[in-house]
Design a protein around this ligand. Structure first.
Ligand code: UD1
Length: 337
């Protein structure tokens, strides 16, 4: 069985990806420093797949420990790299913390992979690299824009570092996956999103409001140039997203890649407004949500949704689950917390 390292494998997207990797027959080893996850997630993964992945509590910012880890686990044939900080506002307040964590960790992992005869690497990137794109839907050829935040910049820098390495080392192959807005939870409700403190993202804020943990959802602006005035995003079910990682990894392992650095957008191709997300929640949960319209939030783009042609035709992956599926799974998960 091929052994795959998943860094940040106890996090939201990481844990769902571990489940899909194990379902597909891969042997998984997780690295996580538990900075934004708990070891309990391992129980959820085990409950779903009946397999407990190997786990090491390790901080990839520690270069020596990272080196030692790779020496000990020479049988790793592929790496899916999720480990990173992801709070936009926090990254503006503490840019160096973000650059140190997101960039140094990546470099240390790549330095170890660069020593191997062959290596296969999947990078967790974001549609944030496009900023406010000039036209919708967004293809992979849309120009990237200056990052709005240090967090966004770490994704742009990360992609550039990886691409440079593929140019210098023909045995290093990589795919960057640019996610649109990942939401939802596993249908078993055994794993899901675990925001620490007050959620910053829309969907956990909605479910926590409905669960009575938050008073009211604030909708940030209803005077945008969109049909109902609220911002539009491409909300993608985390299980669909997780499956794309397995397919991307298999593409590299089976030498099906066209070039040694490839980029794919991962979204549904469908834009939904904030009010449409709320309506979806109300539909699947059979209850009204308490919300009010407030001022716009700084840094929000008006709309972002993916052109999924490349992911559909080249990668051979397509999102199957709907916004309602995602909202129902998120709501079921919230009720277990
Ligand atoms: C945010 C980040 C993005 C990051 C992504 C990762 C910003 C500006 N962007 O994307 O860089 O890659 O998370 O998860 O932070 N909304 C409300 N009320 C809320 C929360 C959100 O109305 O309480 C609205 C927002 O204005 C936006 C939509 O919901 O229109 C989605 O917001 P969010 O879930 O934070 O995602 P993004 O801002 O798209």
């Amino acid at each position: 069985m091929s052994k795959i390292l998943v860094t940040g494998g106890l996090g939201f997207i990481g844990s769902h990806t571990v489940v899909e990797l194990q379902n597909a027959g891969f042997k998984v080893i997780i690295i996580d420093n538990l900075s934004n996850a708990t070891e309990n997630v391992l129980n959820g993964i085990t409950a779903i797949t009946s397999i407990t992945p190997e786990f090491e509590n390790l901080d990839l910012k520690n270069k020596e420990q990272t080196k030692t880890f790779f020496k000990k686990h020479q049988d790793i044939v592929g790496v899916i790299h999720f480990a990173a900080y992801k709070a936009v506002g926090e990254s503006v307040k503490s840019p160096l913390t973000y650059y140190e964590n997101n960039v140094n960790s990546l470099v240390y992992v790549l330095q170890e992979l660069n020593k191997k005869a062959v290596s296969h690497f999947i990078f967790s990137s974001s549609c944030t690299v496009y900023g406010q794109a000039d036209s919708m839907p967004i293809t992979e050829l849309a120009p990237t824009k200056p990052a709005e935040s240090p967090y966004g910049n770490t994704k742009k820098i990360g992609e550039a570092i990886i691409e440079d390495l593929t140019k210098s080392n023909a045995n290093f192959k990589a795919i960057a996956l640019r996610y649109f807005n990942p939401i939802g939870a596993h249908q078993s409700s055994k794993i899901g999103e675990l925001p620490i403190g007050v959620p910053l993202n829309l969907v956990p804020y909605i479910t926590q409001t409905a669960a009575g943990k938050r008073e009211q959802l604030s909708v940030f602006g209803d005077n945008y140039p969109t049909p109902d005035g609220t911002c539009i995003r491409d909300y993608i079910h985390v299980v669909d997203l997780a499956k794309a990682h397995v397919i991307a990894l298999q593409r590299l392992l089976e030498n099906k890649n066209d070039t040694n650095f490839e980029i794919f957008n991962l979204g549904t191709g469908k834009g939904s407004s904030v009010l449409e997300v709320i309506q979806s929640f109300e539909r699947v949960s059979n209850q009204k949500l308490n919300y009010k319209i407030v001022d716009r939030r700084d840094g929000d783009v008006v709309e972002a949704y993916a052109n999924t042609t490349k992911a559909n035709t080249v990668l051979g992956w397509k999102a199957k689950l709907s916004l309602d599926d995602a909202m129902l799974s998120a709501w079921k998960w919230e009720q277990t917390l």
